[in-house]
Design a binder for this molecule. Structure first.
Ligand code: NAP
Length: 703
């Protein structure tokens, strides 16, 4: 639901009803726990199809210092939640947003987007929340900090060492977003920030801000986040930057011009406040040499989709399409044939296949950029103002035709490689060699993404090596991957999004990497006991305690970190090797062939590594029925020294870490995961194998 000035409010779903000019509602911001309604300094936002004013935006009167302090005082409560608590909240938020998605689709029509375009923003954004929630629950322990290392030894006798930890920054993240993805743009940033335990202040672009505001409203409605964890500034930032300090950060998505200006803000520089920038990008698509008919078709389909989807207003859209010289005419005519069928107009009309730009200002900007590009290239399709648009009043909407240019001398061109027309615009260019191609691609001076469209059997390592340093992502498309490819233009939660140079030099997404951007990495030096205490994970060398009760007889809640079982010994015999070889079918010469083994690295027969693991289990397992439900897996297995016939092995099993699991199925016993550190040693106290095993252990009845 929109939060608008109450005197001039409109129903959220009635975006096609345009109020009289003197009666335009204003969009409220949400700061320090309340909706702020400005009274002056407004900027009007216009309907992309009808051109009529739909709302006004101003953040005049917001006390920015108070908003920043509010985040730090109240929103910082997030840092006291564990990763899994934050992830569970995010999942519930995603579910709540999904239930209200039609409200957002209704609002999106005013931005000129077709339903398909809006899907990327709305459901793509919500899916990013789901993806991050599940990533964190899967990959991070249910702790408040991330521990990066097992143990970095720094002393001879093991009493001093280190680990790196990451902890939530004690600040606020200010996210300034571009107009083209008002929902996804916010959600892909707040997901990792909130998961890191850091509160956010979101400042959407004025165009499209009503969508961001509606989503913030929906998030606040379910009251899951601590007060101050999410604030929204619709309008200008005024003196917001001056209120920030060393633990805060700013992320910016938008044009390079604005980004460069903001990045140089003296207050940010003086206080070393991180500024991450995602900006213009003159992305490429490359059709490989010797392309066959199918490859050409794939290439044309990809370029066409990137020109038309979201009317080309995607930071990842293909702006430069490189084609082998002999295929330039073929590709051009196939592309034009497809572009001719595009129906540009009002997305409310069922036959419209491409919507409008977000605003008349954008239309002006794209028109100007096409004029610039036309200094170095010929417009071979579109570009013309007399294009027929599918709308009642075509002259009022921000419509722009899909536009294809052709530049036959890309080596001499510069505007083509440097200018991003943020609309349905792409330039075709020929190349003669891989060397020249790599050089031309690099003239974009850093991009978010490039696609290489190739025949299945082609060798492309050289090209990838040459152009990868200029990109955040490379998408290799061929007949094999085309069946399931997510496409050139889709940033994915698990993959990094960002690029060097012109693209801003920032990095977003990329799975857990994104969460770490909002955390401080600190090397913690100390004794094994201190590090065990800090990280809640037993560290080799830290104190252990032994009990007469076998640890497998204890439920999850009774077990103590550092609890140890030292097993009996077992002497490995020749029969063990023979029996294990027969049982497993593994007759590798080093275990079974006395002569070959004598000539081998080991000088004699050695036990199978898997036998050692199995024999170790035989030594430490308590066979009787008890609280241990199952073996869940094994991590970090290393065979350190060989075990020879006649050697005696002994196991140290130490309770390393405990993670309670939420009880999804009430018919199953409540349980948690216990990680055990396993060290198998020989009769000389030498380590022969080390690993972690994970067991599911039932919780106490009264946990
Ligand atoms: P923009 O004009 O640079 O605006 C970006 C954001 O900065 C908006 O929220 C804008 O707010 C704000 N802003 C402008 N001046 C400011 C100032 N002095 N202080 C604080 N904030 C300020 O860019 P846009 O037109 O919205 O977006 C289009 C551009 O974004 C394209 O070039 C596109 O390539 C790029 N983009 C990049 C990515 C990426 O991930 N790399 C993603 C999407 C878009 P107002 O709207 O209120 O002015």
């Amino acid at each position: 639901m929109l939060d608008l000035d109450t005197t001039n409010s409109i129903e959220p779903s009635s975006t096609t009803h345009i109020p009289h000019r003197e009666n335009i509602p204003s969009l409220a911001s949400f700061v320090y726990g309340t909706w702020h309604h400005a009274t002056q300094d407004f900027r009007e936002v216009y309907h992309a199809i009808t051109g009529e004013p739909i709302y006004r935006v101003s953040s005049h009167g917001i006390d920015m210092a108070k908003a920043v302090n509010y985040a730090k005082q109240h929103g910082a409560e997030l840092a006291n939640w564990t990763f899994h608590q934050r992830a569970n909240a995010l999942k519930q938020i995603a579910q709540a947003l999904l239930e209200r998605k039609e409200e957002f689709y209704a609002l999106a029509t005013a931005t000129g987007a077709t339903r398909k375009d809006a899907w990327v923003d709305i459901e793509g954004g919500i899916q990013t929340l789901f993806a991050y929630s599940s990533l964190v629950r899967r990959e991070l322990n249910d702790e408040k900090i991330i521990t990066e290392d097992a143990w970095i030894p720094l002393s001879k006798h093991g009493s001093f060492g280190a680990k790196h930890i990451l902890s939530a920054k004690a600040g606020v993240a200010v996210h300034i977003n571009a107009f083209n993805f008002p929902i996804w743009g916010m959600l892909e940033k707040i997901a990792p920030t909130l998961l890191a335990g850091v509160p956010c202040i979101v400042k959407p672009a004025t165009d499209g801000a009503q969508l961001t505001q509606a989503v913030v409203h929906a998030i606040l409605d379910i009251q899951l986040l601590p007060q101050g964890a999410l604030q929204l500034i619709c309008g200008q930032t005024y003196d917001l930057f001056e209120q920030l300090s060393a633990q805060d950060c700013v992320t910016f998505t938008g044009s390079a011009d604005t980004g460069q200006k903001l990045r140089q803000h003296p207050h940010l520089n003086r206080h070393s406040i991180p500024f991450s920038m995602e900006a213009d990008s003159v992305n490429s698509a490359i059709l490989s040499p010797e392309a066959n008919e199918t490859t050409i078709e794939l290439f044309v389909r990809e370029v066409f989709r990137e020109i038309t989807s979201k009317a080309g207003q995607k930071c990842t859209a293909i702006r430069r399409a490189f084609v082998p010289e002999n295929l330039l005419d073929t590709v051009q005519s196939q592309l034009i044939n497809k572009l001719k069928k595009v129906v540009v107009g009002d997305p409310a009309r069922s036959d419209t296949t491409m919507g409008a730009l977000a605003s008349l200002k954008q239309k002006q900007d794209v028109t100007h950029k096409v004029q610039l590009l036309a200094q170095e290239a010929e417009i071979v399709f579109g570009g013309n103002p007399d294009f027929k648009f599918n709308a009642e009043f075509p002259e009022r909407g921000a419509f722009f035709p899909p536009t294809l240019l052709r530049c036959t001398t890309p080596d001499q061109a510069s505007i083509i490689h440097q200018t991003e027309a943020f609309g349905p615009v792409c330039t075709l260019m020929p190349y003669q060699s891989i060397e020249q191609l790599a050089h031309l691609v690099a003239r974009g001076e850093g991009s978010l993404v490039a696609s290489i469209v190739k025949n299945c059997d082609e060798n492309i390592e050289t090209l990838v090596q040459k152009i990868a340093p200029w990109h955040g992502r490379l998408h290799i498309l061929d007949e094999e991957s085309a069946k399931e490819s997510t496409g050139h233009g889709s940033p994915l939660p698990h993959l990094v999004h960002g690029g060097p140079g012109r693209a801003g030099g920032g990095e977003e997404l990329g799975g857990i990497r994104a969460v770490k951007h909002y955390m401080q990495r600190t090397a913690i030096q100390g004794s094994p006991n201190s590090l065990t205490q800090v990280t809640h994970a037993w560290t080799a060398g830290a104190s252990v305690r032994e009990d007469r009760v076998h640890p497998f007889k204890k439920d999850f809640d009774e077990l103590v970190i550092g609890e140890r079982l030292l097993t009996a010994r077992r002497t490995v015999t020749e029969s063990d090797l023979v029996n294990f070889a027969c049982l497993s079918g593994d007759h590798f010469y080093a275990h079974t062939d006395k002569i070959a083994a004598a000539n081998s690295f080991f000088g004699e027969r050695v036990a199978h590594g898997y036998f050692i693991v199995s024999a170790a289990a035989g030594l430490f397992v308590d066979a009787a029925e008890g609280p241990v439900i199952a073996n869940y897996g094994m991590d970090n297995l290393r065979f350190v020294e060989p075990v020879k016939i006649g050697d005696s092995i002994q196991v140290e099993l130490t309770c390393k870490q405990k993670t309670p699991k939420p009880q999804k199925d009430p018919t199953q016993p409540a349980h948690g995961v216990v990680v055990w550190d396993i060290k198998v040693k020989n009769q000389h106290q030498e380590l022969v194998a080390t690993y972690d095993i994970l067991t599911l252990v039932a919780r106490a009845a009264n946990h």
